[in-house]
Design a protein around this ligand. Sequence first.
Ligand code: SDX
Length: 427
Amino acid sequence: MAEIAKLTLDGKEYEYPIIEGSEQEKAIDISKLRAQTGYITIDPGFKNTGSTTSAITYLDGEKGLLRYRGYSIEDLADKADFLGVAYLLIYGELPTQSQYDEFVGKIRRHTMVNEDMRKIFDGFPVNAHPMGVMSSLVSAMSGFYPESYSKSDMDNIDLHIVRLMAKLPTLATWCYKKSQGHPINYPNNNLDYCSNFLHMMFALPVEKYEVDPVVSNALNKLLILHADHEQNCSTSTVRLVGSSQANIYSSISAGISALWGPLHGGANQAVIEMLEAIRADGGGVEKYLNKAKDKNDPFRLMGFGHRVYKNFDPRARIIKKAADEVLAALGIEDPVLDIARGLEEAALSDDYFVERKLYPNVDFYSGIIYRALGIPVNMFTVMFAIGRLPGWIAQWLELRNDGQAIGRPRQIYTGETVRPFVDIENR
Ligand code: SDX
């Protein structure tokens, strides 16, 4: 017999069905609550509220588990490549060789960007943050593909997905090249996805650029680790925008904007800035741990804590190991890596962090690898966006295919009650 939840309100008893997921997670279905009781629930930050069911990503915060379509993040990071993982997230299964070849082939043929996009791009000041540029350019893509909104955008959705996957890295490298005063590189479609990105980022017209396989392999792993994370802030944003049946470009553009926040994807940039500040301040971590614990101090230990992971972030473990390997392989000694290790060690033995279950998250070590790969700090969150793109697309597609209703939360009003208008001369 299906489980039910009983609620007593104003002396009346109500029953609500319990739904259970494939990993035995349970939820009380309150979809009829207001109609039956006149009450709504309220849950600022949605710490206890599910927005949807989903078959894409499963994570267990207590056990530190993360799986994309049932495959563990450890297996995928170790054995898959990013476009194969993107296909898995978006279409639900690991691709066969022919499916993979077709997907990769289509993406390769769409890596170029309409030259008129350059006119939009050229309007940005050289010091514009790349996340603001990327959000704008992705939204602008809808203008170059009007069929994405002029009729049912679902008719050509696979082509729009290929365009987004193919062009985001190209647009990202435009931001970097402009910041360096270097000419933009066109894609080289003889290269794989990650190598092509590195080529567009770092190749110069004056010398031959060879992609280091250590670097492209590290990038592949980082992109996989960022590919999806169920209903996080930016993914929930993509879903909410998509629920109005706005086109996929504007939905992804909104996701990029949400990811920019320092409490979310922007944390990877904030971590390095924090570690550099500690280094400039003599490298002592105690002072910064105390600042993080001081309620009167707005300082937070960036890269620490997570809404869901209350044990450890499995991605942080993989990235920390990869950081050691990449820096060793590239022969790089990065002093902030030692500071990061010291900070982690000190925090994990400090009651404040242990009581609040604050552990390093995906952003704590990722910046150290990005830096070793030659990627500048203000591009770190762009890297997160490139990785998270297939997850956003998969979640948007699931919402649209499920025909979900437009997202429209309720509220409890706490403002002024009704009052007569006052003419300006009497105010
Ligand atoms: C990502 O949701 C996702 O899945 C996101 C993500 C993804 O893949 O999409 O995993 C990516 O965004 C990772 C998180 C990156 N952000 C940071 O590293 C920023 C620093 N961390 C925090 O600001 C915070 O931990 C959050 C935002 C990540 C989570 O915040 P919550 O769940 O709202 O928790 P909270 O702010 O209510 O904190 C609970 C307590 C508070 O103290 P008390 O009120 O109990 O005394 O822990 C404290 C907080 O002050 N706390 C911290 C802290 N994080 C939480 N104190 C110091 N340093 C921190 N980093």
